[in-house]
Design a protein around this ligand. Structure first.
Ligand code: FAD
Ligand code: MG
Ligand code: MG
Ligand code: MG
Ligand code: MG
Length: 551
């Protein structure tokens, strides 16, 4: 370690990931990068990667990128499926054709031999499929996650998921089917009610948004064309926690609950689904332990995400069998395995705890080796600490501490001039409680993809010191910073042209104006002018003509 930088100190015990420079490879030969997945993480990586210095191959079972935040709108035809997908080959074409794309699914990764095994044509069960393998120097795993049933019996067989474009299209057809079935002559009222009972399991952002979309679809469009059954329609959200949208600010979560109550969307909180059969959902009410059978016409299961089987397999190979998701360090390198990176929903970043590194932080900050730290010495390194340990910044903000020196007050509230290691530990002891794992969102995946592309683009400059500190004033080198997430806020569309938003700086906004903000943000986030035109066109069409209700 050349400089006594904090970032380096803390990193010295990370086992994996250091770039192995292959000696016998000719200098001119480009390094091969294989990217698995063309979702948020994969495409954002491809958009920013400098392809003149790499040989890039992309593998994904879908030859398009899907703008997932608009999937709930696809379920009811507010926007069309074609409007939210962009062909991968269009994205690649813009990069002057040096990226190769293979429509195939990765089945296995062999980290020893740096090889991935793929198969084309299994998604659609095409008669003949082709197996092939690809060699890589760097592998980027960006395969996302799959729906999680928590092994609940019957879910796979009877429920819809809302993860892929195909899922959204299937839901749209099923909603219409339920209405068509409910108007058939000769049915009892009970049967009509059952057919028109739409149940959503999971009160997270996806479940809530879908419930709101469906409610609008039913009340703005379908009741007009199926007037005879309009009083039999019911939408229910089943949530195991006490509130829906519980990752949002409380104000938003109660606004959503009140809006749903006014709209007649039933919210069953504190209820767990035990099993699903072809006509009933078996629900356990947590408070009483009582079991209830709920008849349904359609169920959408939206309770969270799980790891794909081949990623599980890979985790076993690299010694991560006890982890829930694939774990990387803050440079997004898969732990326990060199030259493999993972981004987005398939991975989680293991953040370092301040308390684990406290002695080395102290030593590095104590420039004069006096055994105590003056406030000046601490102030000199605090920027580095905040980059390396973002929880310190959060702690300062949450405690409303304007200055770092406020960390070092004694019992009478006076700022100390010097602290020893014990005081230092005490001052920072609560800091790690601010650590939060990154959410599984498009925002995180896209930022990680862009970050990783930046790292690879600067690989040559950084090779000598891949994880050095940036701000060490003495060193003018280019170095890698650990990945830092910037939260830009989140939206929850609630139907009836109302939305709620949580923006940085504890800012919450709700209502019709927020829906307009939502429209403009999502229009601007579109990946191409083509999809932007299509999406905005769909919104206008819906406004004028309503949604299309043909199957
Ligand atoms: P994905 O985008 O899921 O991409 C995974 C890619 O890997 C896909 O191209 C897939 O085809 C491919 N793949 C799968 N298996 C293999 C394999 N074996 N080999 C090779 N490739 C494979 N996030 C937000 O920030 N805001 C929102 O409003 C929002 N709304 C959402 C609404 C819905 C309905 C859903 C489902 C998600 C929403 N999200 C939202 C979450 C967001 O979509 C995910 O966090 C994001 O897609 C994660 O990106 P990713 O690249 O990790 O995975
Ligand atoms: Mg991806
Ligand atoms: Mg995607
Ligand atoms: Mg993740
Ligand atoms: Mg000192």
């Amino acid at each position: 370690v050349s400089t006594g930088g904090l970032l380096v100190y803390a990193e010295s015990n990370v086992e994996s990931g250091k770039q192995v420079v292959e000696k016998n490879q000719p200098e001119s030969k480009k390094k091969r990068v294989v990217v698995l997945g063309t979702g948020w993480g994969g495409t954002s990586f491809l958009k920013d990667l400098d392809i003149s210095s790499y040989d890039v191959q992309v593998v994904s079972p879908r030859n398009y990128f899907a703008f997932t935040p608009l999937l709930p709108s696809v379920t009811c035809g507010t926007v069309e499926a074609r409007s939210i997908v962009e062909p991968v080959r269009n994205i690649i074409k813009k990069r002057s054709g040096e990226i190769q794309f293979w429509e195939a699914e990765c089945l296995k990764i062999d980290p020893e031999n740096r090889e991935v095994f793929c198969r084309s044509g299994i998604r659609d069960n095409l008669a003949g499929h082709n197996d092939f393998s690809l060699q890589y120097d760097y592998l980027v795993i960006a395969v996302g996650a799959q729906a999680n049933t928590f092994n609940t019996p019957g879910v796979m067989e009877h429920c819809h998921f809302l993860k892929e474009v195909e899922d959204a299209q299937r839901i749209r057809r099923t909603v219409i089917d339920c209405f068509e079935k409910a108007v058939i002559p000769g049915l009892s009222e009970e049967e009509r009610r059952t057919n028109l009972h739409f149940v959503i399991v999971g009160g997270g952002p996806t479940g809530v948004e879908f419930a709101a979309e469906l409610h609008d679809f039913v009340h703005e469009d379908l009741v007009k064309i199926y007037p005879s059954v309009k009083d039999f329609v019911k939408v229910t959200v089943i949530q195991s926690g006490d509130h829906i949208l519980n990752t949002f600010d409380e104000r938003i979560s109660s606004f959503a609950e009140q809006k749903f109550q006014r709209d007649g969307i039933e919210v069953l909180t504190g209820c767990r689904v035990i099993s699903v059969s072809d006509h009933f959902i078996n629900v356990k009410v947590k408070s009483t332990g009582e079991h209830v059978e709920v008849p349904y016409g359609m169920v959408v299961w939206s309770t969270g995400i799980g790891t794909r089987p081949f990623v599980k397999d890979f985790m076993r190979q690299v010694g991560q069998e006890n982890r829930r998701t694939l774990v990387t360090d803050e440079w997004l390198r898969v732990k326990g395995c060199g030259n493999v990176y993972a981004i987005g929903d398939c991975a989680s970043v293991d953040q370092r705890k301040v308390m684990e590194d406290i002695s080395s932080i102290f030593k590095a900050a104590d420039k004069d080796d006096s055994g105590t730290l003056s406030i000046e010495e601490f102030r000199d390194v605090v920027e580095d600490i905040i980059i390396r340990y973002p929880q310190v910044d959060l702690y300062l903000k949450n405690k409303h501490l304007l200055e770092v020196k406020d960390l070092f007050r004694d019992s009478e509230g006076n700022v100390r001039k010097e602290v020893d290691i014990e005081d230092f530990k005490l001052a920072l002891s609560q800091v790690d409680s601010q650590m939060k794992s990154l959410p599984a969102t498009a925002q995180v995946a896209a930022q990680q993809g862009a970050y990783l592309a930046r790292c690879l683009n600067r690989w040559d400059q950084c090779k000598s010191n891949p994880e050095g500190p940036r701000r060490f004033k003495s060193s003018g080198r280019h170095e890698f910073l650990p990945f830092g997430y910037r939260h830009l806020g989140q939206f929850a569309p609630l139907g009836g042209d109302q939305a709620a938003a949580e923006l940085p700086g504890d800012w919450v906004s709700m209502g019709h104006s927020t829906q307009w903000l939502w429209y403009s943000v999502y229009a601007s986030k579109q990946v191409s002018w083509r999809t932007r035109y299509l999406v905005v066109g769909d919104w206008v069409r819906r406004y004028i003509f309503g949604r299309d209700s043909s199957r």
